[in-house]
Design a protein around this ligand. Structure first.
Ligand SMILES: [Zn+2]
Length: 110
């Protein structure tokens, strides 16, 4: 008795929306101590030096017209984030469904 179930489902990937740029997301400010290793000093947080990999089209919500830099996870960087060199704030890009655009992008590169 042979089971003739040859109904091979075509591999439909739910990842049909791959254009990160066109998806709406909102910038959420992150606690710097949560994204970069460093030490707390008297008047703030001294993070290890990080090297942004590129400039994003996104603008810092706190600074007028200052583009954010993309920092990927490596060594001192705990998680990928967007960084503003002007106000040193860190942001995450959260899609409407609650997922982080950066964590997905960062891990595929990492
Ligand atoms: Zn800023």
């Amino acid at each position: 008795m042979s089971t003739a179930q040859t109904s091979s489902p075509t591999r439909k990937s739910p990842l049909c929306k791959r254009t990160l740029d066109e998806l709406p997301f909102s910038l959420v400010e992150l606690d710097p101590t949560q994204v970069v290793k460093g030490i707390l000093v008297g008047d703030g947080f001294m993070a290890e030096a990080v090297t942004p990999v590129g400039q994003m089209r996104e603008i810092c919500p706190n600074c007028d017209g200052e583009p954010l830099q993309l920092v990927l996870r490596h060594e001192h960087v705990i998680r990928a984030h967007l960084f503003c060199v002007k106000c040193t704030r860190c942001y995450d890009a959260i899609y409407l469904d609650g997922n982080s655009a950066l964590l997905v992008a960062g891990q595929s590169i990492d």
